[in-house]
Structures are given as structure tokens and as C-alpha cells.
Write a protein that binds this ligand. Structure first.
Ligand SMILES: Cc1cc2nc3c(=O)[nH]c(=O)nc-3n(C[C@H](O)[C@H](O)[C@H](O)COP(=O)(O)OP(=O)(O)OC[C@H]3O[C@@H](n4cnc5c(N)ncnc54)[C@H](O)[C@@H]3O)c2cc1C
Length: 453
């Protein structure tokens, strides 16, 4: 609870809430265009701490110590720290799906191309893709599926000693992976005011126009009010709808996508994929609505996750080094949501189940072709790593990402009108760059100054 001391007052031209790829990008781009930016982030920067990238660390900075579940039992990993979920991501990059432009009129091609050059996005060189991962990809290719090396936000050359493996998902310790916090510090270098441990609870609205935000600082010990003519919510697919709901935009959070994910594991005698960089190869079937890639859960997560399937599965833990893993990501339909009572629900629809079944059968075939013992193959329980689509373009947001409240924008995974079923970060950066251009354009400046009657 907030203490008795007076509320802190802050002021800026633009307030941005959340420092994941959405918030970090807009903050950097607007600060570089001379805007007075205030960036409010609920977490802190854990990266310099000795525990960053360890199992203990992942408990400390993931929401509910990584034990956040939907009512259906999907485990959601939701990092709360500077850089958002790029602090625990696999460093994969994928261009936005064509339908974003064709169906919804959101063209971010120029912004994505610029980002790919700026961040040197490319697959890892062949010798770093991992022999077991490459064997899976070759087995799939042999069956007629055109698996490709996955684009990466990874620069092996800048790492202290490139040391990627499943443990990358606890946080990158070797320094090879790009993190949105890097954009945050570039925003700060350009003049942005960054406040960490700053949790925004609501947006302040007067006569249909945004006037600022309010919340608490330093683990709730101090309240604050911050004023600005423009507010951009980038608190992620769960955080943003919660703030909107508290602020009276009750439609937010109804319906969501998750790119619902499962792993299919099979055992071999040789080294498996666990100590290789995650997701070095991938293949997507846009018609069927799923993506397959190479991945294994980190060593200590493995028995915990498999125990949820049944007591026999954690017994395979000693053979973690011999697992070949294929990850399934589904293009799940909009369902469930993030509700005002705090609950999150993400039921699979009938079509989702059909997709999952198809992806499961194909993953089994690929693992067998890659040499896995057919009797050893099993699929893990479902989980969610991309909570998104909770404040959708075309429903709650216009094409410029503005809500019904003048001056109030959203720029994060919650804007997706459908499941991407692919890595999200490059699309979110593209949206952030596009929004910054829009907000900095002289036409927008004039209309932002107009107060509704
Ligand atoms: C294990 C894992 C692996 C992944 N791998 C990949 C991958 O390889 N490639 C890829 O593209 N994507 C990947 N993703 C998904 C991707 O990281 C996320 O979809 C993306 O980071 C979402 O960006 P965002 O800006 O919407 O929100 P987030 O990254 O979630 O950032 C939101 C920020 O807002 C802050 N916040 C929340 N509430 C508040 C509040 N009330 N006040 C102030 N601040 C608040 C949070 O602390 C957080 O920093 C992965 C995700 C996970 C969990």
C-alpha cells in the first residue's frame, strides 16, 4: 500500500508504459525526434545482477515466480523487468505475416527492413545451429517440409563466450542476444526520463481525452500522478488490458490469442538439442495454422513441466541430454481473455485442437525420421508464451493504434488482430517505429492539440 507521503507529480509530452519491445521502440524513436518522453516500467533491470539468467533469476523476475496459469492450466511465462519478455525470449525474428497489411492495412515493411539492417538480423552461422537441431531440420526436409534456418536477434561475435542452450530462456548471460532494454538506454541517451519500479494502475481521462496516468512507485510505497497529452500503453498482452479495464475501457481483455505452444519430445542415443541454441531451424504452414521449430525446455524446468503430464515423465529427466525437441506454435483463434477479476482464460477451440493434432502427428514423424525411438515420443502439456490480441486493431484500436480516447495509444502484443503464430518481436518493433513516425508528424501534432467539447 502507498504510504502517507504526498503523491509524486511527473510531467512529460509523451508517457510510455512498459519497456518491452513495444514501449522501448517508441520511447527511443520519439526521444530521438526530440519529444520529452517519460518511460514508466513496473520492473527493474535485473541484467547486471549475478542471478540474471539462472533458475533463481527466472523465479524472481517472472510473474508469480513462473507459476502463472490460465484457468485451463496453461502455464504463462511473463517476465516483469526492463526489456519485458525479450529478457527471456529465444531471440528469434520473423517478419510480420502478410495478412497484417493485406487484411488490416497495417504496412510496416519499411520499418521492419530498417530494423533488420539496424540489428543485423540473420540466421546463426551453420556451425552454431547445433548438430541435433540440424538433424531434425534435415529429417523434416527429407519428408518434404522445407525447414529453414531461423532468423535471429543474436550476435555471437559480441558475446563474452557464446554459450547458448535451452538455458537462454532464463535470460541471456553471454551477451549475444539483443534485449529491448538496449533500446531503452538509447532512449535515455536521447533524453528520455526512465522510471523503473513504476507501476501504472490507470489512465487519467477527461472529456474523452487522455491527460496522464497514475500508479505507484517503489513496490507501492509511494503514489504518483503523471501528466501528458499523449499516453502509449505498452505493458504487454496481459498488462495493457488490465490498465484499460481499470480506466473504464471495459471491452479490453475480452478474447485473446496465445500462439498456444507444446513440445514434442523423443529420445536418441546421441546428444540431443538441450545444449544447442534454441530455435535455430523452423518451418511454418500458414494454411494449416502452425509453426514447428527446434527446442527443449531448460534442464530444471523439464521435470516440473513433464510432471504435469503424469508421474512417469519426470523419470526421463536423467536423459535430458538425449532429447530431440520439436516445438509446436498454434495460430489459435480468439477465445477466453484477461478478465477484471484477475483470471486469465485461454480455451482451445475445436479448430485449434484439430491443428494441434495435425502438428503433433507431423512432429512425431519428423522425430522418428531424425532417429528418435518411436516408443519414447510424447507431447508436453500446453503453455503460453505470447499472450496477445487483447486490445485488437480493428476492434478497440484504429489503424494508428489509437483507442476511442483521444491521445491514448497501445503499442505492444495486445494490438494483434489475430494470432501471429510466429515470433512477435520484429512485428512489435515495426509497429513501434510506425507509431513514433505518426506521432511525430506535424499533422498528428495539430490534431492532438484539439480538446473535445
Ligand atoms: C520464453 C519466451 C520465449 C520467447 N521467444 C521469442 C522469440 O524467440 N522471438 C520473439 O519474437 N518472441 C518471443 N517471445 C515473445 C516475445 O518476447 C513477446 O511477445 C514480446 O516481448 C511482447 O512484447 P510487448 O512489448 O508486447 O510486451 P512485454 O515484452 O511483455 O513488455 C511489457 C512490459 O510492461 C511492463 N509492465 C507490465 N505491466 C505494467 C504496469 N502496470 N506498469 C508499468 N509497466 C508494466 C512489464 O514489466 C514489461 O517490461 C518469447 C516469450 C517468452 C516468454
Amino acid at each position: 500500500m502507498a504510504g502517507n507521503s504526498k503523491s509524486v507529480l511527473l510531467e512529460a509530452e509523451v508517457i510510455i508504459v512498459g519497456s518491452g519491445p513495444g514501449g522501448a521502440t517508441v520511447a527511443r524513436e520519439l526521444a530521438r525526434r526530440g519529444k520529452r518522453v517519460l518511460l514508466l516500467e513496473r520492473g527493474i533491470d535485473h541484467r547486471p545482477r549475478p542471478y540474471y539468467g539462472t533458475y533463481l533469476g527466472a523465479l524472481l523476475y517472472a510473474d508469480r515466480m513462473s507459476l502463472l496459469f490460465t484457468v485451463e492450466g496453461l502455464n504463462i511465462i511473463r517476465p516483469i523487468m526492463l526489456g519485458g519478455a525479450t529478457s527471456m525470449y529465444c531471440g528469434c525474428a520473423a517478419p510480420p505475416p502478410p495478412w497484417l497489411k493485406d487484411k488490416y492495412g497495417i504496412n510496416i515493411e519499411a520499418e521492419v527492413t530498417e530494423t533488420m539492417t539496424e540489428l543485423d538480423i540473420a540466421p546463426l552461422p551453420a556451425h552454431l545451429r547445433g548438430p541435433a537441431s540440424t538433424r531434425i531440420a534435415q529429417a523434416a526436409q527429407g519428408l518434404g517440409y522445407d525447414w529453414q534456418p531461423q532468423l535471429k536477434f543474436m550476435w555471437p561475435g559480441r558475446s563474452r563466450a557464446f554459450d547458448c542452450g535451452a538455458k537462454c530462456m532464463l535470460g541471456c548471460r553471454c551477451g549475444a542476444k539483443w534485449n529491448a532494454a538496449e533500446y531503452v538506454y538509447e532512449a535515455v541517451a536521447a533524453g528520455a526520463d526512465l522510471r523503473t519500479s513504476a507501476r501504472v494502475d490507470r489512465v487519467l481521462i477527461e472529456r474523452g481525452r487522455v491527460t496522464g496516468v497514475s500508479g505507484t512507485l517503489d513496490a507501492g510505497s509511494q503514489t504518483f500522478n503523471a501528466e501528458a497529452e499523449t499516453v502509449i500503453l505498452a505493458a504487454g498482452g496481459i498488462g495493457t488490458p488490465r490498465i484499460l479495464q481499470t480506466s473504464g475501457l471495459r471491452q479490453a481483455g475480452y478474447g485473446m490469442t496465445m500462439d498456444t505452444t507444446a513440445m514434442v519430445y523423443g529420445f536418441v542415443k546421441e546428444q540431443g538439442t538441450g545444449n544447442e541454441p534454441p530455435m535455430t531451424w523452423a518451418w511454418e504452414d500458414p494454411e494449416a495454422g502452425y509453426l514447428l521449430s527446434t527446442l527443449v525446455d531448460p534442464w530444471l524446468n523439464y521435470p516440473i513441466i513433464t510432471a504435469r503430464k503424469g508421474w512417469r515423465y519426470p523419470l526421463t529427466w536423467p536423459r535430458w541430454n538425449n532429447i530431440l525437441g520439436v516445438m509446436i506454435k498454434l495460430k489459435d483463434e480468439i477465445s477466453g481473455g484477461v478478465f477484471p477479476n484477475g483470471k486469465i482464460s485461454k480455451p482451445l477451440t475445436g479448430a485449434d485442437r484439430q491443428r494441434l493434432d495435425q502438428a503433433h502427428q507431423l512432429s512425431k514423424q519428423i522425430l522418428v525420421a531424425a532417429g528418435a525411438d518411436p516408443a519414447s515420443i510424447f507431447m508436453t502439456p500446453l503453455r503460453g508464451t505470447h499472450p496477445s490480441g487483447t486490445v485488437r486493431i480493428g476492434e478497440m484500436l484504429d489503424q494508428d493504434l489509437q483507442t476511442e480516447v483521444s491521445g491514448l495509444y497501445v503499442c505492444d502484443a495486445s494490438t494483434f488482430p489475430e494470432a501471429l503464430a510466429r515470433p512477435t518481436v520484429l512485428t512489435i518493433i515495426g509497429l513501434g517505429k510506425r507509431l513514433a513516425k505518426h506521432l511525430a508528424s506535424p499533422v498528428t501534432q495539430v490534431s492532438m492539440g484539439t480538446i473535445l467539447p
